[in-house]
Design a protein around this ligand. Structure first.
Ligand SMILES: Cc1ncc(COP(=O)(O)O)c(C=O)c1O
Length: 386
């Protein structure tokens, strides 16, 4: 048996190493408080589950779905974009439901990247941006996200050669892992850059609804001309606490949406229909719980950021996402500090280097853990530091 060489190009999956260590410590009876994974601890709201259960009992939903989803779902997505962002989308051509946005993000590279092509990718960044590029035979060019630039890429610093070879640019705001946000002026500059170098933009926006202090993150699609050069990926995972159900979407440029549809229609058979009905309910039903959940995350954020500053871990207070990106003390690597927190405090975090080289010097805390565990974690951190 001989595996394809492209697998060798995939970097070691750091999170697996951390998870193995957590499992080992737990098997020895150690209580580990897990601030690692960004997966909401609160359940999917009941009205969404009710709709899914009803749909599951209907034999019409027991058969193969269509790759492009139910028309009802595409319409619900378009209406949600109109209501939330004032963005008008054609549900037939500019909307494609996905089996979770990660799937679409990974497959998008197949639509653009040929062997030797470049994709511009943020560093630190959500790993599938670069991994999709690598699997398609391309080369990621990493755009550093520096704290002094508010974790936005500096377009002017991208070498002319890389920009000319690039087919795609990935952006993600509100940002995982840094918690940074971008305004419309930044998105305008991105559209301008895409026009200048004739490349496509993929903006990944699953966290626009997880925001605090009255802030409402914008959509890339709000920029006039965005639809000419790009698409936006979005997800129901974070907003509606539906990570386990696997439903997301891509919207925007019709040619790009259709290209992804062509790849997907040869690889998958769509989202189970009962889940599509649940997604319609999520988008069209009561949105009350979104604010309730955000209030919970905001409270957790404030407690954690305060505690981190008390133990000398400097962190900005994020306006959006449920992540806190903290600077570690000098003299440690992210991995070494992560291991120290695990072994000495019984706290699991994500090492910044799991998101790229520029993540060195940082760790990420996720706020998606129950309040009592968060409090316990804080008590342990303060006691460890004292
Ligand atoms: C930036 C970013 N994009 C996409 C996703 C994937 O979300 P989904 O559950 O829709 O696949 C995540 C999940 O953590 C994420 O952080």
């Amino acid at each position: 048996m001989k595996l394809a060489r492209r697998l060798d190009r995939l970097p070691p999956y750091l999170f697996v190493q951390v998870n193995q260590r957590i499992a080992e410590l737990r098997s020895r009876g150690k209580d580990i408080i897990d601030f690692g994974i960004g997966d909401p601890d609160l359940p999917t709201p009941a009205h969404i589950i009710e709709r899914m259960c009803r749909a599951a009992r209907d034999p019409a939903n027991h058969r193969y779905p269509e790759t492009n989803g139910l028309e009802e779902l595409r319409r619900a997505i378009a209406d949600w974009y109109e209501k939330r962002f004032g963005v008008t989308l054609d549900p037939a051509k500019e909307v494609l439901p996905l089996i979770g946005s990660k799937e679409g993000i990974g497959h998008m590279a197949l639509c653009f990247v040929e062997p030797g092509d470049v994709a511009l990718v943020p560093d630190p960044g959500y790993p599938p941006f670069s991994l999709g590029t690598i699997l398609a035979g391309g080369q990621p060019y990493f755009m550093p996200l520096k704290e002094e630039n508010d974790f936005l890429p500096d377009f002017e610093a991208i070498p002319e050669k890389a920009a000319r070879k690039a087919k795609l640019m990935w952006l993600n705001y509100p940002n995982n892992p840094t918690g940074a946000t971008a305004d419309l002026e930044f998105f305008e500059r991105a559209v301008h850059f895409a026009r200048r170098y004739d490349l496509a933009i993929c903006h990944d926006a699953p966290y626009t609804e997880i925001a605090f202090d009255g802030y409402k993150p914008p959509s890339f699609m709000q920029i006039p001309g965005a639809k000419d050069v790009g698409v936006e990926f979005h997800s129901l995972s974070k907003t509606y606490h539906m990570t386990g159900w696997r439903v997301g979407m891509v919207v925007g440029n019709a040619e790009m949406v259709n290209a992804l549809f062509r790849v997907k229609s040869n690889l998958d058979s769509g989202i189970p229909q009962a889940i599509q009905h649940a997604a319609v309910e999520a988008l069209r039903g009561s949105q009350e719980h979104v604010a309730e959940h955000n209030a919970i995350f905001q409270r957790r954020r404030d407690k954690l950021v305060k505690a981190l500053s008390e133990v000398g871990l400097r962190a900005r207070t994020p306006r959006a996402t449920f992540y806190v990106w903290a600077r570690i003390p000098e003299g440690y690597t992210s991995m070494a500090f992560t291991n120290r927190l695990l072994d000495e405090v019984g706290i699991a975090v994500t090492p910044g280097t799991g998101y790229g080289k520029e993540g060195e010097g940082y760790i990420r805390f996720s706020l998606t853990i129950p309040d009592d565990r968060l409090e316990q974690g804080i008590i342990r951190l303060l006691a460890w530091h004292a």
